[in-house]
Design a protein around this ligand. Structure first.
Ligand code: GDP
Length: 378
């Protein structure tokens, strides 16, 4: 376009202020496009302005490194005021639910992160049903959301539903313990469970491989539905597909946490310093911490929220509506003095219509038959 403009026009264009030049360019663009290509930018701007929220639950026996891992993941110490209980106190203690919320900001993007901790889980002498307070908590959040959604102020609902649960499995056993199976089975239809092998630095690579295999087999055997990473789109580039394959093959992630920064090969890294060497949290040869962090924060946070909303919450909502409807039917039967007949279901209605049409067809066929007979008789 510029090359076709007359020399004096080009001179005028150069003399204009940069702002007017930009406005003119925008007008030219306006002539060529309808403009909906800017939709992703509008969505992006609105989401960034609103900020994001994410609720992560951590569960597993105490001492498996849950708080250390949360610190390593979000570089925020949420457990400053934590009071550790003595063995005696722990025997009588029941499972508690503690919520910590922090606002994190990175490059202008705000994230309201809520960590739901479950101290006391698996600490009792008898651990049967010790997951009950946790399932109750998850259900209460769904219930609150359901109420808010049916209320007047639907626009400003505070979403406290649990989007993901990191479940810590001990590295010292030979696979899942009964309490692990019980917990996951009680929660797998309510929340996205991501199982983790805790304190992976206690095992050598071959032991980690074996333990992972064993856990995968047991998850299958007991029919536990842990969070499934979504299928990778076929048009993604090869690097992304490779990363996705590696991510799926690494589950359950073997993780290491540390609250300290140490010096390794001249570099300051987050790690654990032992007399025989340093284990680096972010070194992919040492553990799957980076894979977990990337999955949780960089690649799958949105999917975890979608699955919570579209699958787990929808299940809860459908169940609630079903219960409410059957209660209403029961109540109306009890209140009505005349015994209520079962209402025709859409199926019964359709069947009635089909029968009527069949009858009509049969009559027409009879009539045709009679007419044919009359013609033959003549
Ligand atoms: P929580 O009770 O599950 O929250 O466990 P903590 O995070 O308080 O950790 C309990 C102990 O284990 C602390 O002494 C931590 O320093 C240590 N720890 C945490 N993460 C790891 C890890 O990945 N490897 C090893 N070897 N120790 C860890």
């Amino acid at each position: 376009m510029d090359s076709l403009a007359a020399p004096q026009d080009r001179l005028v264009e150069q003399l204009l202020s940069p702002r007017t030049q930009a406005q003119r360019r925008l007008k030219d663009i306006d002539k060529q496009y309808v403009g909906f290509a800017t939709l992703p930018n509008q969505v992006h701007r609105k989401s960034v302005k609103k900020g994001f929220d994410f609720t992560l639950m951590v569960a597993g026996e105490s001492g498996l490194g849950k708080s250390t891992l949360v610190h390593s993941l979000f570089l925020t110490d949420l457990y400053k005021d934590r009071k550790l209980l003595s063995a005696e106190e722990r025997i009588s203690q029941t499972v508690e639910i503690l919520k910590h919320t922090v606002d994190i900001e990175e490059k202008g993007v705000k994230l309201k992160l809520t960590i739901v901790d479950t101290p006391g889980f698996g600490d009792a002498v008898n651990n049967s049903e010790c997951w009950k307070p946790i399932t109750d908590y998850v259900d209460q959040q769904f219930e609150q959301y359901f109420r808010d959604e049916s209320g007047l102020n639907r626009k400003n609902i505070q979403d406290n539903r649990v989007h993901c649960c990191l479940y810590f499995i001990s590295p010292f056993g030979h696979g899942l313990r009964p309490v692990d199976v019980g917990f996951m089975k009680a929660l797998h239809e309510k929340v996205n469970i991501v199982p983790l092998i805790a304190k992976a630095d206690c095992l050598v690579p071959s032991e980690i491989r074996k333990l992972k295999e064993r856990i995968r087999e047991e998850i299958d055997k007991f029919g536990i539905h842990v969070y499934q990473f979504p299928e990778c789109d076929s048009d993604e580039d090869e690097d992304f597909k490779q990363q996705d394959r590696e991510l799926k093959e690494s589950a359950p992630f073997a993780v290491i946490g540390s609250n300290t920064v140490v010096e390794a090969k001249g570099q300051r890294v987050r790690g654990r310093l032992y007399p025989w060497g340093i284990v680096e949290v972010e070194n992919q040869a040492h553990c799957d911490f980076v894979k977990l962090r990337n999955m949780l924060i960089r690649t799958h946070m949105h999917d975890l929220k979608d699955v919570t909303c579209d699958v787990h919450y929808e299940n809860y909502r459908a169940h609630c509506i079903q219960q409410m409807t059957s209660k209403l039917t029961q109540d109306s039967r009890m209140e009505s003095p005349i015994p209520t007949l079962p209402l025709p279901t859409p199926d019964a209605e359709t069947e009635k219509l089909i029968r009527m049409k069949d009858e009509e067809l049969r009559r027409m066929q009879e009539m045709l038959q009679k007419m044919k007979q009359q013609m033959q008789d003549q």
